[in-house]
Design a protein around this ligand. Structure first.
Ligand code: ATP
Length: 306
C-alpha cells in the first residue's frame, strides 16, 4: 500500500507534512547529495488546479523492465467526484496513487490535472494540490491540536477546531482529560488506527487541497470508528475531488465511479449498481466481502446490502 513508498520519498512526505514546504525537501536532498528520482523540467510551471479534474490517458508503467505493472489505464475523475479503486492485492492500486503524486513518471500515456500534464508542473505545486490520508498516519509528540495544525501551520485555533469537528474527532476528544491539548504520539496517548486516520482527515480538511487521496486502512476497525471515518470522508468529498483505495463495501457504495483493477488493468468501471448488475469481477468481490462481513458482524448487516 501507500506506506511502501521509496524511503526517501516517504521521508520527504513526512517532512512536507511537518513544514508544509517542498523547499525543505530540496534542501534535504542537497544536504544528502542525493538526486531525487524525479526532477522538475526546466520550464515547469506551478499547477493550476481550481477544479481538480484528474485524467489518466492510456497510462502504462513498470518498476522493472521485465515486469509491466499497469497497462492502458484510462479514466477521468470529474471535479468533486468521489472515485473508489478496488481490486485484489498487487493489482496496482497504490501504484496509481504514486503516479498521481509523481513519485514516478509514466512509461507511456499521460496523467493530467485540470488539463496540465504532471511532467510540466512543479512537484511543489503538485503535492500542495493533493492531500493524502495514508493508511498509517504519523503523529508527532505534541498536542492533538498541534498535530492537526500540521495540515496548515498558519491556521487559527478556530480553523483547527472546525477541522476537528468535520473529521468527527470531537466525540473522541471530549473524553480526553485535557481535550485538544492532550499530548499524543510515541510519548503521549496512543491513538487507534481509526482515530489516527481521522487526524489525517482533519489535517486534509484544514489544508483544503482540490484533490484528496485516501488509502483506506486494511486493518479492521470497529463499526463506530468506520462510520465516523465515512462521515468525515463524505464531508471532504463534497468539496474536493476524492480518490479512495477502498477495502470495505461501505466506502464504495456511494462512490460516483468505481474502478476495478485486475493485474494492472481496469477491467470494469461504473457505479455500484451498474457493476453489480454486470455480474462480473466487482459482483464477485462484493459477494465475497458480503459473506466475510456476515461471518464477523452479523448484526451490523443492513438489509439493503443483501
Ligand atoms: P495491495 O492491495 O496488496 O497493497 P496494490 O493493488 O496496491 O496491492 P501495488 O502496491 O500498486 O498493488 O503493486 C502492484 C505491483 O507492483 C505488485 O506486484 C508489487 O509487487 C509491485 N511493486 C510495488 N511497488 C514496487 C516497487 N517499488 N518496486 C518493484 N515492484 C513494486
Amino acid at each position: 500500500m501507500i506506506q511502501v513508498f521509496m524511503p526517501l520519498n516517504f521521508l520527504g512526505f513526512v517532512y512536507r507534512e511537518m513544514k508544509g514546504s517542498m523547499a525543505n525537501i530540496e534542501k534535504m536532498f542537497k544536504l544528502l547529495a542525493v538526486k531525487p528520482a524525479i526532477q522538475d523540467s526546466e520550464d515547469a510551471q506551478a499547477l493550476q488546479a481550481p477544479a481538480g479534474v484528474i485524467e489518466f490517458h492510456q497510462v502504462a508503467f513498470r518498476y522493472q523492465a521485465e515486469r509491466p505493472i499497469l497497462a492502458q489505464i484510462s479514466f477521468r475523475v470529474q471535479a468533486k467526484q468521489k472515485v473508489a479503486i478496488v481490486g485484489g492485492s498487487g493489482a496496482g492500486k497504490s501504484t496509481l496513487f504514486k503516479l498521481l503524486l509523481r513519485f514516478y513518471d509514466v512509461e507511456a500515456g499521460a496523467i493530467t490535472i485540470d488539463g496540465q500534464d504532471l511532467r510540466d508542473v512543479t512537484q511543489t505545486s503538485l503535492r500542495r494540490a493533493i492531500g493524502v490520508v495514508p493508511q498509517d498516519t504519523v503523529l508527532f509528540n505534541t498536542s492533538l491540536l498541534e498535530n492537526v495544525r500540521y495540515g496548515d501551520v498558519t491556521a487559527s485555533d478556530d480553523a483547527v477546531l472546525e477541522a476537528i469537528r468535520l473529521a468527527h474527532l470531537d466525540d473522541f476528544i471530549a473524553q480526553l482529560p485535557e481535550g485538544v491539548h492532550t499530548e499524543v504520539g510515541e510519548r503521549g496517548l496512543k491513538l487507534s488506527g481509526g482515530e489516527k486516520q481521522r487526524v489525517a482527515i482533519a489535517r486534509a480538511i484544514l489544508k483544503r487541497p482540490p484533490i484528496m487521496v485516501f488509502d483506506e486502512a486494511t486493518s479492521s476497525l470497529d463499526s463506530r470508528s468506520e462510520r465516523s471515518i465515512l462521515q468525515a470522508l463524505a464531508e471532504i468529498a463534497q468539496e474536493q475531488t476524492t480518490l479512495v483505495i477502498a477495502h470495505r463495501l461501505s466506502t464504495v457504495v456511494d462512490a460516483d465511479q468505481i474502478l476495478v483493477l485486475d493485474q494492472g488493468q481496469i477491467v470494469e468501471q461504473g457505479d455500484h449498481h451498474t457493476l453489480l448488475a454486470l455480474g462480473g469481477r466487482y459482483a464477485e468481490l462484493w459477494a465475497l466481502q458480503q459473506r466475510q462481513q456476515r461471518s464477523v458482524d452479523p448484526v451490523e448487516m443492513e438489509p439493503s446490502d443483501q
